[in-house]
Write a protein that binds this ligand. Structure first.
Ligand SMILES: O=C[C@H](O)COP(=O)(O)O
Length: 328
């Protein structure tokens, strides 16, 4: 019988999603029933409540699946270094001891920064297995010249980023230019080389759920390792309806091709309660095999503080002030 370590090792050595030909027949056949999507997600937050020990365990899982992020215009070497310290030890030592989880060596899934801070983050995370993710390709609008976007990916990889979060050109989706979108994402994937590519759809700017489902498929055919909802900079970022459409696209893609693509909701996920809603969505729609950092990540700059606060409440029965849980 496989041990837990052997099982996780086997999973993480699954074959990477390859670049496949663009299948326009499949893309054009996609339909989304908005009211059915809304009905399904409205049942999620109330239907499955996890309490006490189970809730604490789910929150620890959420931490392990977090891309701890800073993407602000006022980022500095100092803020990135402090964020990396938090990534190494995401919850306070006294809480780790009280939870009895020191042997887990819990860390976040990755640290996500602008290209400028990749080298700082890589250096600050030395001696850990935590990868650095860079937002490249003219994040967040993705409208700089293609050549520069490709060079930016290469520069981030050369600086040590093991994951690249690219943004797609929204106008290609809004014009139904699936060939253009496929060519763009495929070129990004080729520029990433061994680095894993998360493809940000910026769903708040794509107009319809059908566009989101079609763009998800095109990005997966073009070799995306993950599809990601948002940059965090759109007027509307990660929502449950959009996430349901994307995880169902991932499920269909897996059923048709056998390849597993990861999912990353990002932008506006700030509370422990929200993190549980997304875990429930993944568990129910994709199954436990997706509930691991190699297939599921949250992109979040402020979620960790609320999770730490919730874990303290679980241990002490008291809610501490949010300022006692800084990110760095
Ligand atoms: O990719 C991650 C997002 O930019 C984070 O958004 P957030 O600051 O709303 O958590």
């Amino acid at each position: 019988m496989q041990t837990e370590v052997e099982r996780v090792t086997a999973m993480t050595h699954e074959q990477r999603n390859p670049i496949s030909p663009l299948d326009l027949g499949w893309v054009n056949s996609i339909r989304v029933n908005r009211s059915a999507v809304e009905r399904r997600v409205s049942s999620l937050p109330n239907r499955r409540t996890v309490k006490k020990d189970w809730q604490a365990a789910w929150l620890l899982k959420a931490i392990s699946c977090m891309d701890l992020t800073t993407l602000s215009g006022d980022d500095t070497v100092g803020t990135v270094q402090r964020l990396c310290l938090k990534a190494r030890q995401p919850i306070r030592g006294d809480l780790v001891d009280a939870l009895g989880i020191r042997s887990l060596n819990l860390t976040v899934g990755a640290v996500c920064v602008y290209h400028t801070f990749v080298a700082t983050a890589v250096q600050s995370l030395q001696g850990t297995a935590i990868p650095v993710a860079a937002v490249s390709t003219g994040f967040p609008a993705g409208l700089s010249p293609m050549e520069l976007r490709l060079r930016e990916i290469e520069a981030s990889v050369a600086a040590g980023a093991r994951e690249i979060d690219i943004v797609i050109s929204r106008h290609l989706v809004l014009n139904g230019d699936w060939q253009g979108l496929y060519d763009e994402v495929r070129a990004f994937r080729e520029a990433c080389g061994e680095a894993h590519m998360k493809t940000i759809l910026a769903t708040g700017e794509l107009g319809t759920l059908r566009n989101i489902a079609q763009a998800s498929l095109v990005c997966m055919l073009a070799g995306a390792d993950f599809i990601k909802t948002s940059t965090g900079k759109e007027p509307v970022n990660a929502t449950l309806p959009v996430s349901l459409v994307m995880v169902r696209a991932i499920r269909d893609y897996h059923e048709q091709t056998g390849y597993k693509v990861g999912f990353k909701p990002a932008g506006g996920i700030r509370t422990a309660k929200q993190s549980l809603d997304w875990l429930a969505l993944i568990k129910e729609e994709l199954g436990d095999q997706w509930l691991h950092p190699h297939l599921f990540r949250y992109g979040a700059s402020a979620l960790l503080g609320d999770i730490e606060r919730q874990l303290e409440h679980y241990l002490t029965g008291q809610y501490s002030s949010a300022i006692r849980h800084p990110m760095g």
